[in-house]
Design a protein around this ligand. Sequence first.
Ligand SMILES: Cc1ncc(COP(=O)(O)O)c(C=O)c1O
Length: 456
Amino acid sequence: MNESLEQIALEKVGEWITRGAPDNAIPDEPMTALAAMRLVEEELAVEGIPERNLATFVTTWMEPEARKVIDDNLHRNYIDHAEYPQTFEIEQRCIRMLAELFHAPGETTGTSTQGSSEAIMLGALSLKWKWRQRREAAGKPTDSPNLVFGGDVHVVWEKFCRYFDVEPRIVPLQAGKYTVGPDDVEPHVDENTIGVAAVVGTTFTGHADDVVGINNLLLELKDKKGLDVPLHIDGASGGFVWPFLYPHSEWDFRLEQVRSINVSGHKFGMVYPGVGWLIFREKSDLARELVFTENYLGRADDTFTLNFSTGSSMILAQYYNFVRFGKAGYQRIMQMMQENAESLASDIESIGKFQLIGKDEETLPLVAFNLAEEHPYDEFDIAFQLSAERGWMVPAYTMPPNAQDVKMMRALVKLNLARSLVDTLHEDIAAAIDTLEKKGPVTESERKRVKTSVTH
Ligand SMILES: Cc1ncc(COP(=O)(O)O)c(C=O)c1O
């Protein structure tokens, strides 16, 4: 009996069941497909459950039909345009659809990417190249480019500056002021500024920089000082939210200095990771030197990407979402998320301990909040308690300089946080507070396990 059980264990799950998973070297011998599958699945069992991950903007649920499109096309290499011309055409359709959504004035160009990070790297590279062209044409030096943005941007902007040798000019935040506007930006802009980056839907609180104000400032600089400084919009999250929730709010190509926009398909575009988009206002906003035309497998191919081979599935899934939901569907979904976010916000407020951040401003479907007063416990303790008691991943974090003393919590309300889960979350936050009131703050080692990253 024992022997046959052992036999079953070996056949079904392999030797790793008693020896531990291979970790330093590829195993010498194969295992059954079933064993390999179970090994991988069991390794992941200790991770967080995506449905309870309220830290991430990234899509954690898609329809079965969308998953079928994804599954059916996993073997299709996006870059093989010669072999898969229709995939390329579908990518181009998505670019045109986004350009139309963002009010591009005419024919434009853009590219799909792995996400907003790649889109930002490419967009900012184009800003740098275009600036250099302008400087060279004017016979001026090109050795000290700078890029202006607020402390509310995602880390990728600083990464771009370091990787591509551009001076970052970062407008610091202040306690109570978590976005930037023209007065903050103005002192930093000069003739070496390759562009200004503004965020629509910040990673930290979900709000938007004053894009209209910054655009007006840049128009004034063009008019009065002859400085033509382009504005790039980081719409990683907001690019799919603002057009549907705040259609009359101008943040896109309706504003003259907005020359390029990035958006993550895998955030509110509602596709699984990773797909992002970079859209230019006009074809001439893309520096031609960055486009490589190569003769690949007998066909001249224009590429403007940091990667080469990559999957087609998420691009096709983006197109699936566009045709499946249409604009009305996206709008309804965004409204549902917003309704649930508002319900969660008033629930959190009713606990009587918290203040909501930027409550009446345009924002992403999320709730950003912190403790209104001093308590023996803080936001990090609440995040730990909530996760220990009910497995919710609601991050606690400190804000960027000079608001680094402000602690914050943030809960994303996506499609899979339906109203009954919102209600459960509310009860669970109240219960976590109750526990902390009774037992006091959590221990140092518990605090180390708190989710603090908001960089996605
Ligand atoms: C405002 C902003 N920009 C850029 C990024 C990076 O996007 P991605 O994860 O698609 O590379 C994020 C991610 O959260 C973001 O919130």
